[in-house]
Design a protein around this ligand. Structure first.
Ligand SMILES: [Fe+2]
Length: 516
């Protein structure tokens, strides 16, 4: 028999065809079983995970497959015609995991592009493309990294994902808010326009709580062809933020007045669905209802990228979780953002590459963002609400040179300098942070908001804010880190045009932002 561990390990375990044959009856599909597309993720220098999910009837609770497991064949090639295969095999799509398939490829060559596809019941998927990371000691001339997230389905189309698919990225960091838990809405509030704007499409069911609910929500979103194109184009470095479960959850603390045991049930359902739909390694499989991975991606000697989890191990938000407020709790010495185990892991061996990046969810810059009627305040859900662990981490990273922080959550592009909260504003910065705007959340933005000038004036280390939808493209070389702020002119109708609104450069050896 195949135990769970062997199955999850996929191709790295020796799955014998006869054993699979007993488990999985042959399937012939009435409808295309690959309507959810394919994806790759979590690359290292030996391979990556390839993913698909059989769903001939995607929105049916059993996906049109009943309770039967099904055999899926996979093929991996160095050329798009698949004329020769460098890896192939079979995996089981199990009903317990919603007929998802995760195969870990681990015998590929470093720094090479591969193509992969799946075959089941005589049907063949589209092909995806992914690139292995350079070997840990390799000298690397350049890395192109896409950054995206916050893709509220109802607020806008995924046009930016379609453009991102064409960027030839080595990998794409997704900072989370892949789904939103809300029910169907006729309109959403636009902070940029200061008014309600109609949604462009609707969710098919109410706010989500159960495993079936979360599966259906992921399915609705994954049927989007622009999103599928982005996944096909490169391996994703996947994380989650709050909306994969529920708005502003914090570690073990449920939001609002939800009883803790009900929150844990909901979180377990959300985590299982997240694992099922994401191209992530077997160690992301939820344990006791929580997927709590943090991860290192090493691009040779050029870049050490650490993907953090700022949601699962944090203490509760201070100040009653009111945006733009300020209270003594933001200096609570007992607060945690990463938790000690993750923080200790992060500082170990970090700083040895030419560039060192934190890939994470909520803003690290400690910005003054008071909104009327409160004269002073911060985003208490971000690192600015957790100053003790923030300053402790920055102190522990003091010797790390060429430190860049990549963030999301804000639904706007931001760029600026990171300093400890007790540092003088004119002291050298410790890191540069690039906050990437949303793919669709917030719907079309005005670009400049009325309050931007005041925010820039109050925060001298802040260089840039832009309220439009899009993504960021990072180009990392030994000489410089370049960030291109990409935006689309609309997400409210198809065909939104892409442009680069700003380009910043951080010369190696500095923590200084230059317009490029
Ligand atoms: Fe978001």
């Amino acid at each position: 028999m195949i135990d769970r561990r062997t199955l999850l390990a996929g191709a790295s375990a020796a799955l014998s065809a006869p054993a699979l044959g007993r488990l999985a009856s042959p399937v012939a599909f009435v409808d295309d079983p690959f309507q959810l597309g394919v994806a790759a993720g979590d690359p290292d220098h030996r391979g990556f995970v390839i993913w698909t999910r059989l769903a001939p009837r995607p929105l049916d609770p059993d996906r049109g497959l009943g309770a039967r497991p099904a055999l899926v064949r996979y093929e991996v090639s160095e050329n798009p015609s698949f004329s020769t295969l460098v890896a192939e095999g079979e995996a089981v799509a199990r009903p317990e995991l919603g007929h998802s398939v995760h195969v870990t490829l681990d015998a590929l060559q470093p720094d090479r592009v591969y193509h992969y596809r799946f075959i089941a019941g005589g049907e063949r998927s589209v092909a995806g493309r992914a690139r292995t990371l350079p070997a840990p000691g390799a000298e690397v001339a350049a890395v192109r990294l896409g950054v995206a997230g916050c893709q509220d389905f109802q607020s806008g189309l995924y046009t930016a994902h379609r453009h991102l698919a064409g960027e030839d990225c080595h990998a794409i960091f997704h900072y989370g808010d892949y789904i939103y838990e809300y029910g169907p809405r006729a309109a959403v509030f636009s902070w940029g326009l200061g008014q309600m704007v109609p949604t462009v499409r609707r969710h098919g069911g109410p706010e989500i709580f159960s495993l079936d609910d979360y599966r259906r929500r992921h399915t609705e979103i994954r049927l989007d062809l622009d999103l599928q194109e982005a996944h096909r184009s490169a391996a994703f470095l996947m994380s989650y933020d709050d909306h994969e479960v529920v708005n502003n959850w914090a570690g073990e603390t449920p939001p609002g007045d939800t009883p803790p045991e009900l929150f844990r049930l909901r979180r377990a359902a959300a985590m299982q669905a997240w694992y099922e739909f994401m191209p992530v390694r077997a160690d992301a499989f939820p344990a006791n209802g929580l997927s709590g991975v943090f991860r290192q991606y090493r691009f040779g000697r050029l870049l050490d990228a650490r993907l953090l989890n700022t949601r699962a191990f944090r203490t509760d938000q201070p100040c009653g979780d009111r945006f733009g407020s300020l209270c003594p709790e933001i200096r609570n010495p007992g607060a945690e953002m990463l938790g000690r185990a993750q923080e200790d892991w992060l500082v170990r061996g970090f700083g040895e590459a030419r560039w060192n990046a934190l890939l994470q969810q909520v803003m690290m810059m400690n910005l003054e963002r008071g909104r009327d009627p409160e004269p002073r305040g911060v985003n208490v859900d971000s690192w600015a609400g957790y100053l003790a662990p923030r300053d402790r981490l920055l102190a522990r990273l003091e010797r790390v040179r060429n430190l860049v922080v990549l963030t999301g959550d804000e639904h706007q592009h931001w760029a600026g300098e990171v300093r400890r909260s007790d540092a003088r504003p004119d002291s050298p910065a410790q890191a540069i942070e690039f906050v990437t705007t949303s793919i669709s959340s917030g719907s079309d933005g005005p670009g400049t908001r009325p309050e931007h000038a005041e925010i820039l004036r109050r925060n001298p280390g802040l260089a840039y804010i832009r309220d439009e939808r899009g993504y960021t493209l990072m180009t990392v070389t030994p000489e410089a880190w370049t960030a291109e702020m990409k935006v689309v002119d609309t997400v409210r109708s198809p065909g939104g045009k892409l442009s680069t609104h700003a380009r910043f450069r951080v010369p190696a050896g500095t923590a200084r932002l230059e317009r490029a």
